[in-house]
Design a protein around this ligand. Sequence first.
Ligand code: PLP
Length: 473
Amino acid sequence: MHYVSTRGHSGRKQFCETLLEGLAPDGGLYVPETYPRVDDATLDAWRGMSYPRLAFEVLSLYVGDIPSADLRAICDKTYTPEIFGSPEIAPLRKLEAGLYLQGLSNGPTLAFKDMAMQLLGNLLEYELARRDEELNILGATSGDTGSAAEYAMRGKKGVRVFMLSPSGRMSAFQQAQMFSLQDENIHNIAIDGVFDDCQDIVKRVSSDLEFKQRYKIGAVNSINWARLLAQVVYYFHGYLQAIERRSAGASFTVPSGNFGNICAGHVARMMGLPISRLVLATNENDVLDEFFRTGVYRVRSRADTRETSSPSMDISKASNLERFVFDLLGRDARRTKSLFDNQLREQGAFDLGGDRRFQEAVTRFGFRSGKSTHADRLATIRDAWDRYSSMIDPHTADGVTVARMHSSPETPMIVLETALPIKFAATIREALGREPDRPARFDGIEDLPKRVKALPADAQAVKNYIAHIVQAS
Ligand SMILES: *Cc1c(COP(=O)(O)O)cnc(C)c1O
């Protein structure tokens, strides 16, 4: 299996090359040359497999440059009940007839990003050791991504993490999750500024090519193909848990931000998994709902991006959408490049036309979309608590709200649970007038000693700090 860029660069890459490179040289995203098909007989054979075994089967279709025994060991080491809280790893929970939640948030940081990031950590450690290389991961976070990356890379050989966060702007729980890590290779940097300042610094440091090469700066953002691939696995796992009859369909609803999670659902569907609808849920930041309704993709400005009570979906643009648009356009790399490289840069938007052809194409790919607001979120959290005694987080609530707009009686609907309520206590208090449940292992986490370096919002200060740490070790 080889990978090509959505923008038509002539290079064909192996899996591990895309793992370390992230973005293709022409600024495009890596996609597999073809989607391997999984037929009914194979799907039957996968039924009842343990999660790590299923992960190995799916990954094997896409990874040509890691020996099978090694890949299997990596999957076994990643998806354990100790790390993910239960032998099912991604258990299905029935809310009512035909409506399920798939629990993807029982990993170390209580958000679904662990499902992919834990695998990425083990793949990176493996590949860096094989190449005898080092990597310094630089990132910016306002919550879930940074902690998932840190918990995935802690203690890993050959990797350091430098994670910028806006000082005093994460929830106390999220701060404690990150800053309580005492591992030598994890470096928390609290920037005197807002999240956008942190992101600007990362961009500035990464565009200093000399510094980047000298200090082996890399990223683990959601455009990495390996992260997407790891997420494909749980669509198969969720489907096989919900559906017993051969080739009957199931639908998924996905609380979405950067289009990473639901893009993995698209890949699973292209592989032949009988997904009838892929329902995309946004919050008030409805860039993607607008796209699927009208064909217009319009990147928002900072001023136009709202702070909501489902903050991990507060996006101004969706960095993984390019993969889907590439498929939507019949894999026309020239057109994809012209839309994402030229039109988006020059006009901040492109229009695929809300005409019948666009709508037909979107429908052929199974997509539907909808938007949820703060009031919907609160009402759905209350409703789930009253009717099912189930406490759900604000992002998952956006999913359940939108799932109800698109469910049909004959097809089971699986909503992906993207975080646990404890991460967003203020909204739970507002909805239910009580504290969220806290898994026992997080008792008192806010009182643990904190390991964090405070720096001004200045790229040079961050460079100096990285250089100092790398040279000292
Ligand atoms: C990251 C995140 C999302 C959005 O996922 P994408 O892959 O960016 O679409 C939704 N909910 C939670 C809790 C998240 O952390």
